[in-house]
Design a binder for this molecule. Sequence first.
Ligand code: NAD
Ligand code: DAU
Length: 332
Amino acid sequence: MSRLLVTGGAGFIGSNFVHHVIEHTDHQVTVLDKLTYAGNLASLEGLPDDRFRFVRGDIGDAALVDELFAQADAVVHYAAESHNDNSLDEPRPFLDTNIVGTYTLLEAARRHGTRLHHISTDEVYGDLELDDPARFTEHTPYNPSSPYSSTKAGSDLLVRAWVRSFGVRATISNCSNNYGPYQHVEKFIPRQITNVIRGIRPKLYGAGLNVRDWIHAEDHSSAVLTILEKGRIGQTYLIGADGEKDNKTVIELILRLMGEDPAAYDHVADRAGHDLRYAIDSTKLRDELGWQPRYRDFEAGLAATIDWYRAHEEWWAPAKDATEAFYASKGQ
Ligand code: NAD
Ligand code: DAU
């Protein structure tokens, strides 16, 4: 049994990971989370008191981070400002949390000799053409497009430098787009599902030809646990489940699964600098560590996600109006 510290554990993927760890291991879990607009304690309800505790705080608070690292055997670092559209509106919090926050954790890992797993994104590699047969691998050069992805790229490079220069025992994973329960309504899939529930027409940026490589959050969690247990120190592993779909296809599928006319959506202003396509080659993770995704049927996973949002309106309703007001102010 280990004591895990999970940063950002009240967010979408972090909370899915905490539930996964409690269910599939006997580890103790401490979550450190600032509870920004994206954090939600309701995502952590029902966890056992004898194996789980929550600490509200900022990963940039060096004294608090030091205290929590002293009590942890390993740290999984999810905390981040995560939304591209917000980073185009106000980049500063992305630098503070994604770069300075990660630096603060690395310094604590260095002092305490703590094992650290850093969660990152496929967006650090930039984008691909629609007809490019290539997918991202661990050797693809970094080429981020947005303030969000550039700060994630910066954080990855800090981790690599702390491994090489100071011997920090860290691994990195870069994952593609996640879907599943507990995702904030600002993101593409939950925004459209909750729009349909509210009687608002779904909103597609531009022509909607952009491709994302969808993976269920549960598969992301099992991959991270595998890397934590078996990954080689200093290595990067790409996580993906061969789930490429263009946005137009996804929005039409959501409408169809929800019993609506698949054409009943609006084209709205495109995202500035909008990445065209992401695609992950996760051969290294599968061959070296033996990981496999379980959720291979996107339509079934999406239908279950729709059911979850229908059944948990009390979870997402408090954020819905402010999120739509933000998008409306940008013509989206
Ligand atoms: P999210 O926005 O849903 O959650 C982020 C969490 O971090 C929130 O609970 C928030 O309160 C917390 N947080 C933010 N700033 C903090 C700070 N300074 N100190 C402590 N806590 C802070 O994000 P998510 O979608 O769950 O993403 C989690 C991680 O996974 C991020 O590092 C992101 O880059 C990465 N990632 C996300 C995806 C995806 O599809 N969502 C894909 C690949 C990688
Ligand atoms: O690839 C991994 C990344 O996936 C993570 O690093 C990010 O944290 C995560 O937010 C996600 O980034 P995206 O920008 O791809 O996700 P988002 O849900 O914001 O948008 C997905 C696609 O849908 C993108 O092409 C933009 C488009 N979109 C988005 C919204 C909110 C729409 O067409 N309409 C919308 O209303």
